[in-house]
Write a protein that binds this ligand. Structure first.
Ligand code: ZN
Length: 497
């Protein structure tokens, strides 16, 4: 390979504006006064070659911004030593942009894109406008003390309404990674559509009758604030030491398989720094808390970019015991989302198939902890595309997530467990919350949690067509077993002890 550095671009980028004193007390430590380059690496002209190159880049701790599978281009953000290493290995690249962080590190982002403040005010406004369909909850506070919000969209939003627990839950989150500004837009659009603000889905109100949808449009509030005020290439959260921000990659910080397969970094300066212990970050804890609060049946997590649909697990060679279902739904979703260049569609696979090994990610956590059918969507072909791309992006993803809701509803197994008190001779029954549900063919062996009924005795699971043996076990040891047949239609079973 030949070296192909675009010197003209380089010199342009180095025409620094005069140094101004930084007024912010918090500076991203590993980027301050360091020259950063956004570069494009042309991978080999085949899938395996590109994948190997990405594996090498990841192992060498490069910050991989995204990949374009159609032309094999990998975009990387790196510093001078990173360029030197590429030169040393004779890997050709071209520089898209170079700049010194902390001085000229803010490129103009269109101010119409959502930021932590506008997300908060929009959520508050929607919750005031639709009190009968929403519940706004603060699920945590960031390292720098910013509130992290979640909003429920449901026809039964009240906390003490038993009907609330009779529906499955979908969690939709965005902005794990600070620079991925389109993701908050997509998640907020879910609220607009479900609340009927946009007439895109014909029976929009039926969605809230059959699902509880929790949206978290802006998980990484601190990181996104850094993107707007200090460094628009920032990825991690705002974790700091003596006011020096180093940041943790929230999406490598979840407890499931944390630091188990070289899918994250132990170095605080790395852009995939996993943190010093599993679940150490308040942002990670906030989304996990929402999970424990809601027991999700499905989850969608929005990231950018690469135009791919990811499903678990993240570690090399690792699949869930519902791999066939994931592959099917993943491919269906990918095929219905056209890419931004209009010459193809998204591609589906696990992170290790399409990118590199990942550990401590939210998608794998949602699947392993709650049994949620859990996807990650990497949208667009850049982090901060022009605002004009927002409307078409929302439109195509609207089709995809509404299809996902319909697809999961169609294959939903709903179980209601009630029990009468033992040895009392009465027939009064109560909802059996916290009962364990085991499903034949789902043999969880990688540390997944057993499935549990919610406080109203309900359990929901998306299942492929076929026969399943179900075993329900109460906390007091009583158990029942029965067989179901899923036929591509929703199925409800009532089991009484
Ligand atoms: Zn991301």
């Amino acid at each position: 390979m030949t070296k192909r550095i675009l010197f003209s671009l380089l010199s342009l980028a180095f025409a620094f504006s005069p140094l101004t004193t930084a007024t912010n007390s918090v500076q991203p430590i590993n980027r301050l006064n360091e020259v950063q380059h956004r570069i494009s690496i042309q991978g080999p002209q085949n899938y395996e070659g590109v994948r190997q190159l990405m594996g090498w880049l990841k192992q060498s701790d490069y910050d991989i911004a995204g990949v374009n599978w159609k032309n094999g281009l990998i975009e990387v953000i790196t510093d001078d030593s990173g360029l030197a290493k590429l030169n040393q290995y004779r890997i050709s690249y071209s520089i898209i942009k170079s700049r010194r962080s902390g001085i000229d590190s803010i490129e103009k982002i269109d101010s119409r894109f959502l930021n932590p403040q506008t997300v908060e005010s929009k959520l508050k406004q929607l919750s005031q406008q639709f009190p009968q369909f929403t519940r706004l909850e603060q699920i945590g506070s960031s390292n720098q003390g910013r509130p992290i919000w979640a909003m429920l969209l449901s026809s039964t939003p009240q906390k003490n309404d038993p009907a609330y627990f009779n529906k499955p839950t979908l969690i939709v989150d965005g902005m794990h990674h600070a620079r991925e500004i389109m993701t908050s837009e997509i998640v907020m659009d879910v609220a607009d559509v479900v609340l009927g603000m946009k007439r895109m889905v014909t029976p929009w109100n039926q969605i809230m009758d059959s699902w509880n949808i929790w949206i978290v449009p802006m998980l990484n509030v601190d990181g996104n604030n850094i993107v707007w005020t200090q460094n628009n290439w920032w990825r991690k959260n705002g974790r700091a030491n003596n006011n020096k921000v180093f940041g943790v990659d929230i999406n490598r910080n979840y407890p499931f398989r944390w630091n188990t397969c070289n899918g994250s970094s132990g170095s605080a300066t790395s852009d995939t720094y996993r943190g010093d212990k599993p679940g150490s970050e308040p942002e990670t804890q906030a989304l996990a808390r929402l999970g424990y609060m809601t027991n999700p049946t499905a989850s969608l997590s929005y990231h950018s970019y690469s135009e791919i649909v990811l499903y678990p697990y993240g570690c090399q060679g690792s699949f869930t015991s519902q791999a066939a279902l994931y592959q099917k739904v993943g491919n269906e979703l990918a095929k219905m989302i056209p890419n931004d260049s209009g010459n193809g569609t998204y591609t589906a696979g696990t992170p290790w198939q399409l990118l590199y090994s990942v550990d401590g990610d939210s998608m794998s956590f949602m699947h392993s902890e709650f049994g949620a059918l859990s996807f990650t969507l990497e949208v667009n072909q850049s982090f901060q595309p022009p605002y004009e791309l927002r409307a078409p992006t929302l439109a195509k993803h609207r089709k995809a997530w509404t299809y996902f809701l319909q697809r999961t509803s169609q294959n939903l197994f709903s179980l209601k467990v009630t029990a009468s008190l033992r040895n009392r001779g009465n027939t009064e029954s109560f909802a059996a919350g916290d009962a364990t549900v085991a499903i034949s063919s789902i043999n969880n062996t990688l540390g997944e949690k057993p499935f549990k009924t919610n406080p109203a005795g309900n359990f929901f699971k998306v299942l492929d067509p076929g026969f399943y043996n179900i075993t329900v076990k109460l906390a007091d040891g009583r158990s029942k077993q029965f067989q179901i047949e899923m036929k591509g239609q929703p199925l409800t079973e009532m089991i009484q002890f």
